[in-house]
Design a protein around this ligand. Structure first.
Ligand SMILES: C=CCOC(=O)Nc1nc2cc3[nH]c(NC)nc3cc2c(=O)[nH]1
Ligand SMILES: [Zn+2]
Length: 390
């Protein structure tokens, strides 16, 4: 089941404020969705995810199918019972991971033949198999099996003809995914995925075909796959707002804080990206006043937290009072720099909490600005703050 209530549209952009009601609960949009690849958001306890306001997280069909496998997932009634997350979950189709296997896979109209990277078994993923796996995972939002059209192959940019061929197969797989999803009587929501590479005419053809199939929600795929930033921004500005206004719009794999705010202005409701979690592990910290490189020697003696305006556990500790508001419970840059130098596991745990809190809090501020009708002013302030530097 999925219900999308459009609460407000911004008069100065394509931005909109909505509520998504799914089987495991409600989600306020625009929303950022933390990525939990192997059934965990790396290094973060579900209770911490809840504390920081995470409303929905991602799971990867392919990885969970490879390990621990469907029998174990079935025995837990799906992913919620297994990873102890009782709010909504979105699972990808597995397509993107299978594509990433590169040489170890053979694509046919029927589906993809590949070797398990875990134990070398010969496996097959089709729209039908993907739906069967996601039904066992019992995720609230299921993604069709698609082909993520690459930006280039062996250094040669994908041509319009190649992008068309790929988009048309994804379109046929959208129909097969939908037919199987309905045959399985899956009670959750299936999203179609718009492809078409960097060609706006193909994007419109893909979108039109998917809208005719009448999905409860739509994703825009095939971006943030190595294309230049300006090409990603062009697709983000072109495609999402052409999707039905009464359905949620999900832009996959995007992006930086600036991309999220711009994406909201372009009409996107849902985002996922590994950036906050991956960058946390390599010491790149997002803050209100710009990005901070934790490994920089200047942080070695600094008593301030990574973000003096932040109320997350890393920056504001048990009290949750930010440094700027007089709080002194937070962990210092000196301490986090030390943990990183020592390779201590608490380091990435704390920086991940902060980066995820930063992304989730940014989207909360976006929702508040949309509710107040001040999104335009918010964007200007956001940009100025991020340019200030930490
Ligand atoms: C949760 C996602 C559900 O997605 C699918 O089942 N298929 C799919 N995944 C993608 C994932 C992407 N990540 C990035 N950049 C990091 N670009 C992506 C593009 C796609 C795509 O075109 N299709
Ligand atoms: Zn913080």
């Amino acid at each position: 089941m999925l219900q999308f209530d459009l609460l407000k549209t911004d008069p100065t952009s394509h931005a909109r404020r909505g509520t998504l009601t799914l089987n495991h609960g409600k989600v306020q949009t625009p929303i950022f969705m933390p990525v939990g690849t192997y059934g965990t958001v790396k290094g973060v306890m579900p209770r911490s995810l809840e504390e920081m306001g995470a409303q929905i997280i991602l799971g990867n069909t392919f990885h969970l199918w490879m390990r621990p496998g469907l029998d174990i997932m079935k025995s837990f009634g799906g992913l919620h019972g297994f990873e102890k997350w009782d709010k909504p979950i979105l699972t990808d189709s597995g397509g993107f991971q299978v594509w990433s296997l590169g040489a170890m896979r053979k694509i046919t109209e029927e589906g993809v033949h590949f070797q398990s990277p875990v134990n070398g078994d010969k496996l097959f993923m089709s729209p039908e198999v993907s739906m069967q796996i996601q039904t066992i995972l019992n995720s609230d939002i299921v993604m069709q099996l698609d082909e993520c059209t690459p930006y280039e192959t062996n250094g040669k940019k994908t041509t319009e003809a190649e992008a068309r061929k790929s988009m048309e197969m994804s379109r046929r797989w959208a129909k097969r995914s939908k037919d199987e999803f309905e045959r399985l009587e899956n009670p959750n929501a299936l999203f179609g995925i718009v492809q078409g590479g960097m060609f706006t005419n193909l994007r419109e053809e893909s979108l039109q075909a998917l809208v005719e199939m009448d999905f409860p929600g739509y994703a825009v795929g095939g971006v943030s796959v190595g294309e230049p930033k300006d090409e990603m921004l062009e697709i983000m500005a072109h495609t999402p707002h052409l999707l039905p206004a009464n359905k949620p719009r999900y832009l996959m794999g995007v992006g930086t804080p600036e991309d999220l705010v711009q994406g909201v202005a372009d009409g996107v409701d849902m985002f996922d990206c590994v950036m906050p979690t991956r960058n946390a592990r390599n010491g790149t910290i997002f803050t209100r006043y710009g990005d901070l490189k934790l490994r920089n020697a200047r942080h070695k003696t600094d008593h301030q937290p990574i973000d003096t305006t932040c109320t997350c556990h890393a920056c504001a500790g048990k009290s949750g009072v930010s440094w700027d508001n007089g709080g002194r419970d937070g962990f210092s840059r000196a301490y986090l720099h030390h943990l990183d130098r020592c390779g201590e596991m608490l380091g990435p745990m704390l920086t991940t909490i902060h980066n995820l809190h930063y992304y989730l809090n940014l989207m909360q501020e976006v929702r508040d600005a949309l509710d107040a009708g001040t999104f335009d002013q918010f964007r200007a302030q956001f940009k100025a703050d991020r340019a200030r530097g930490v």
